[in-house]
Design a protein around this ligand. Sequence first.
Ligand SMILES: NC(=O)CC[C@H](N)C(=O)O
Length: 427
Amino acid sequence: MKSPVPDYLDEILRACGDDDGAPADYIPQLAAADPERLAVCVSTVDGHLYASGDADAAYSIQSISKPFVYALALLEHGLDHVLERVGVEPSGEAFDELSLESDSRRPLNPMINAGALTAHALVGEPGDDADARFARIHRLMSDCAGRELDVDEGVCASEMETAYRNLAIANLLRSYDVINQEPLDVVSGYTRQCAVSVTTRDLAMMAATLGSGGRQPMTGKQVLPPEVVRQVLSVMMTCGMYNAAGDWMSTVGFPAKSGVSGGILGVLPGQVGIATFSPRLDAHGNSTRGVRLCTRMSADMGMHIMQAPEPARATVRRDRTLRGPDGSLVRVVSLQGSIQFSGAERVLRIVADGDPVAGFVLDLRRVASTNGVARRMLAELVRRLQLDGTQVALLDPGSFLPLPDDAVVTQPRRLDTLDRYAEHDRV
Ligand SMILES: NC(=O)CC[C@H](N)C(=O)O
């Protein structure tokens, strides 16, 4: 069978309509981009990439570098240090606005140029120059893409020729000691970071790396820690689409970042990385057809992260009370699927509401995954049952729970025996 996913991507490219914006022209080389180029890629978090259109056409990453450089600043200095210098509030302003928070003088967020220049300046050791900072940034972006990325020197030089606005912002930052390097040095490193050349395939892989908690799906390398990725995605969600961020949140509803060369990188955490490319931009500097493609994918594929998921299949698969060989009551609670807070809460509730029993078997054989809070809650259930004098047995071949003190850990060969006895000796 041929997968329908590529057909679907071809279909949405055909249906995404005319491009009614205009390519960015404040960077002379970008104005020369072929405005008809169009691509969409989706990468699963296990590394399968679906592509349609001009997915191998290369362009400069521009502002889509910002989340990765913010990630690097967080990785190197920790959240508190970075938060002292760059905020996390949506600005409601254009990306190139000369603005700082009025009391703290921090840039509002790392997705607008003021914050991105500051994040760029945070990278590396205090005495590092633009080349040294760029080398670290290039390493991280290449690791996220899963290949060595090039730099478009033409775009870099072209943007430096007209970088008046970014120089003004960097001078503003320097005047308030938000950065302590020479403004020109910071702008030149930042401009180079924006000139890293990517294809839409690369962007989808970079997105999938964020989507899988920082693990590059192809190389398997843990490029960023999950806590850093969570912070980056949160800021992308609230600030990634500039002054269209609120509109994007309500209509599309997944964290994303756009760039003036026409790319959009989107992330559905735990599921997929998405990338679109089309150079004509709307008034906010977001790709017009890219926004339409993302809106369509979100609607068709249920990608809005605020859409409540279908209620998971019941966590409690079976709940039986049996009479053991010595006549005492044994309760066997069998769980299934992914256990998170609400699933674990339900287990605690039914046990707390039930009658005391001499023995309790917690059967986790059909559990696919547990998160931290679910593990703590279930371990606490075991502990409290033991405190009440109940003998607890765990069927936990996947080792989801820490071994409770004194608990009986039922061996796999005993599972069948237990099941047989469950079938025949119900009470
Ligand atoms: N929105 C963008 O992609 C802007 C990036 C561009 N290099 C700039 O700093 O102006």
